[in-house]
Write a protein that binds this ligand. Structure first.
Ligand SMILES: NC(=O)c1ccc[n+]([C@@H]2O[C@H](COP(=O)([O-])OP(=O)(O)OC[C@H]3O[C@@H](n4cnc5c(N)ncnc54)[C@H](O)[C@@H]3O)[C@@H](O)[C@H]2O)c1
Length: 338
């Protein structure tokens, strides 16, 4: 039987690259479509990588005409919440308008399976915890709105044109796969663990935003899920669609929350390095607690997070960051040698 082919937009990014690797490992032919907004190096032997905007109509025509695409896994997006508040139009354009173009091209070429990188940001301030998929959607940022809007758009396209989709609402993606050189690397990093690692390894102060939340130690609580577990859920989602199951959405989290202070303490213990912390006011729109109810993904997709123990998440991220730093040092020392 021919290999199934998946097109992964944003497949050179943090989560997309892990999904791409697991798909390739599971026998899929993988095409990555990414514009490399982070200028990262990504040239694996196990995928075809096309550097382009994911909504470039000519590029999409050529991909869909040359390959029989079984499913599109749509990870490409602008992801920085604060930036979405400062420049909402860029986010609505990159995340929403361009997704419409992608869906139009999919419909034109008869590609009907779609897996979407959604987010717990669709929920907004929790009314109850843990968050189930039926929790009201009241996003607190343009970023969150883009995710909720795309979910709505794909529902309508499913009704009208027979699109079949799975929206996976990730909670805090974290950890790395250093054995494959994969990990979290964003320009303008805002995510907790890479910021903490940068502070730790560069001996810089680390800022905790808010110590006056109504939580056990005053810091915010988040549900960290290992990126490899997130990637694995995409394989299950692909299988779910192949088996003819209906379109659906699923939370991807562990159901267990850790406070920022707990993460800091565990990171210090694992690395043997003390972090100098600074306290700053809460960031606008950061809820005190975000914890998933992942039962639906457990029951229906048969998804189980295997790598999401906090200690393993932090260890894998630490190894990846140390290697990254080492590569940068090698680069700068060889550059200054001339
Ligand atoms: N990281 C998280 O904790 C988290 C949580 C919830 C949801 N998500 C979603 O998961 C997806 C992946 O997130 P990530 O953390 O891997 O981000 P990332 O920035 O590492 O990856 C996104 C990739 O999309 C690419 N991209 C952006 N705009 C593009 C365009 N117009 N054309 C082509 N490529 C484009 C970027 O170059 C990048 O490689 C995003 O949709 C994000 O909103 C992430």
């Amino acid at each position: 039987m021919d290999k199934r082919t998946v097109l992964i937009t944003g497949g050179a990014g943090y989560i997309g690259s892990h999904i791409a690797y697991l798909c390739a490992l599971s026998g899929y032919q993988v095409i990555v479509l990414d514009s490399f907004v982070h200028n990262n190096y990504f040239a694996p032997s196990w995928a075809t990588v096309i550097k382009s905007d994911y909504a470039n109509a000519h590029v999409l025509d050529s991909i869909f005409s040359l390959h029989k695409i079984d499913a599109v896994i749509h990870c490409a997006a602008f992801i920085e919440v604060g930036e979405s508040v400062r420049d909402p139009l860029a986010f609505y354009d990159n995340n929403v308008t361009k997704t419409v173009t992608l869906l139009q091209k999919m419909m034109q070429w008869g590609v009907h399976n779609f897996i979407f990188s959604s987010s717990c940001a669709v929920y907004g301030q929790p009314h109850y915890l843990p968050l189930t998929e039926s929790h009201p959607q009241q996003p607190m940022s343009p970023y969150g709105h883009t995710k909720a809007m795309i979910e709505k758009i794909v529902e309508d396209v499913a009704q009208a044109h027979g699109l079949r989709f799975i929206a996976l609402r990730y909670f805090n993606a974290a950890g790395a796969f250093p054995e494959q050189g994969l990990g979290e690397l964003h320009t303008n990093e805002t995510h907790l663990i890479p910021l903490m690692l940068d502070a730790l390894l560069m001996r810089k102060p680390f800022t905790i935003f808010g110590i006056d939340y109504q939580t056990k130690d005053g810091t915010a609580i988040r549900d960290f899920v290992h990126v490899r577990d997130i990637a694995h859920a995409h394989l299950l989602a692909l299988e779910h669609l192949h088996q003819g199951n209906p379109s659906d959405c699923f939370n991807l989290g562990t159901g267990v929350g850790y406070s920022i202070k707990e993460v800091v303490e565990m990171m210090q213990r694992i690395s043997g390095i003390m972090l100098k912390t600074i306290v700053a006011p809460r960031r606008l729109g950061d809820p005190a607690l975000l914890i998933a109810d992942p039962q639906k993904a457990f029951m229906i997709l048969k998804w189980k997070p295997h790598y999401s123990q906090l200690e393993f998440i932090l260890k894998s991220a630490l190894i990846f960051h140390k290697e990254l730093l080492h590569k940068k040092e090698m680069y700068y020392s060889s550059a200054t040698a001339f």
